[in-house]
Write a protein that binds this ligand. Structure first.
Ligand SMILES: *Cc1c(COP(=O)(O)O)cnc(C)c1O
Length: 458
């Protein structure tokens, strides 16, 4: 039978878009461990979570059994502005590499926020609006999540307060201005506007902040202001659920041409894009219907999966957030400066952590310079300027394709291209000038922060 020629881009129609999110947890035999109350060490109830998160999102967070959750029509209509996103056959990259492997990537950078984060931002803003709230608070590091959330909030007419890690606030003024243009207020963190911010500033004057510290501030503001809730752009089960649109569309596009992937690759910061991309494939794997190699790629400077410990830990530095059981480097771990800001989180999604622990997926870590080498090669042949985070997945996909070149195997590789790198040009400048460094934490550094893990749930 003659092989059908696969187009460069496999586009879907609006009718092919998923009408329900897929909740991977429903098919897991070992469910992800519950969030714990840091005070009592007991699993958090919906009542305890509702002062922090919207009610509907609390329900999604705690739902380990419903496989499909309907996507409300208002959210589907918003998705239609930038979805379905294309699945691209990387013919030019394959040719450049001289590999028999067939490489595909799902491109999520085709919206103003420049990443997949808008998929969950719009869902979280929708439920906040539906609950009649005034607004939401959040943190942002590199700025992608804050940008996505400010777009979603302006669409639904919600107030949006973003605590932006101070170093990014100062170094990434352009992202800040995008957020302000969409109506968000952006505060450099740590700030004098919260108790926890004042405490951190008193203890560490002149600190340039961290994601964990910005989370503490955003949570405090949400819980102290009536009509506000806190929203988070990754790590949580609800975020992985919303991101399942990535995987569901990918599967529909591949099925259209009868393509079965051998390897699925995604970068992993908090785990949301990877959790979303692999969702339907992992579902098949869990149900014993198919098998895939699934690879999480993380920076060597922040190696939660490959060098972390599977334990309960805080998600924030201020230690006020719930405890999550995950692969973690310890909440006091401060990763060295790395240009993939979205991958600098000390922990990992509990769902992915459990799957990794149970052997359903692999993980690998890559060094920054080799990531930018892959980004440069990709940009030159495929045209898209990738985000540094996404380029971790490109690196791993290229490495797998090169292995196929050695063995002559025609494997099908699918990876997630989560976003574009237009706001990361300082990083590209460092790379182009040959000034990029590859810091890898020592075993002693990791051991020191892991030693401070809270003693619960053991
Ligand atoms: C935030 C971000 C990531 C990492 O977050 P996950 O929750 O692990 O997906 C990856 N790529 C881009 C472009 C991002 O903005």
């Amino acid at each position: 039978m003659a092989e059908t020629k696969i187009p460069y881009k496999i586009y879907l129609s609006e009718d092919d878009m998923p009408k329900a999110w897929y909740n991977l947890r429903a098919d897991m035999k070992n469910k992800p461990a519950p969030l714990l109350n840091p005070g009592t060490g007991k699993p958090l109830t919906a009542e305890e979570l509702s002062p922090i998160f919207c009610e509907e999102l609390v329900a999604q967070e705690l739902d380990d059994t419903t496989a499909y959750i309907e996507i409300p029509e208002e959210i589907r209509n918003f998705y239609k502005m930038f979805r379905p996103s294309p699945l691209v056959r990387a013919y030019c990259l394959e040719e450049k590499l001289g590999t028999p492997a067939k490489i595909y990537y799902k491109f999520e950078g085709n919206n103003t926020s420049g990443s997949h984060k808008l998929n969950s931002a719009i869902a979280q803003a929708y439920y906040a609006k539906k609950q009649g709230l005034k607004g939401v608070t959040t943190e942002t590091g590199a700025g992608q999540w804050g940008t996505a959330l400010s777009m979603a909030c302006s669409y639904f007419g919600l107030d949006c307060k973003v605590y932006m890690v101070k170093v990014s606030y100062e170094q990434k003024p352009f992202r800040r201005e995008v957020m302000r243009t969409y109506g968000a207020s952006v505060v450099p963190s740590p700030s004098e506007t919260t108790e926890v911010g004042k405490k951190i500033l008193a203890e560490f004057p002149g600190t340039t902040g961290s994601l964990g510290c910005a989370i503490s501030e955003a949570v405090e503001v949400a819980t102290k202001n009536p009509g506000y809730r806190y929203v988070l752009g990754s790590v949580l089960n609800q975020v992985l659920l919303h991101q399942s649109v990535i995987g569901l569309e990918t599967k529909t596009a591949l099925d259209k041409y009868g393509i079965k992937p051998d390897i699925i690759i995604g970068c992993a910061g908090g785990g949301s894009n990877l959790g979303g991309l692999i969702a339907p494939f992992m579902g098949e794997k869990l149900r014993g219907e198919a098998d895939y190699r699934i690879i999480a790629v993380e920076p060597a400077s922040c190696p939660s999966f490959t060098r972390g410990t599977f334990a309960y830990d805080f998600c924030d530095t201020g230690m006020i957030c719930p405890l999550a059981k995950m692969y973690t480097l310890g909440s006091s771990f401060i990763p060295s400066a790395n240009h993939a800001g979205g991958l600098r989180f000390h922990g990992m999604s509990s769902t992915l952590s459990q799957l990794y622990h149970d052997g359903y997926m692999e993980a690998t870590s890559v060094e920054q310079t080799s990531v930018f080498e892959a980004a440069e090669m990709f940009a030159r042949v495929e045209g898209i300027l990738p985000a540094p985070e996404s380029s971790h997945a490109i690196r791993a996909a290229i490495d797998e394709a090169l292995k196929c070149k050695e063995t002559g195997e025609e494997k099908t590789i699918v990876f997630g291209l989560t976003g574009t790198g237009y706001f990361d040009l300082v990083a590209y400048q460092k790379f182009n000038d040959g000034e990029m460094s590859d810091y890898i934490p020592t075993d002693e550094e990791i051991a020191a922060s892991v030693a401070k893990l809270p003693k619960v749930g053991e």
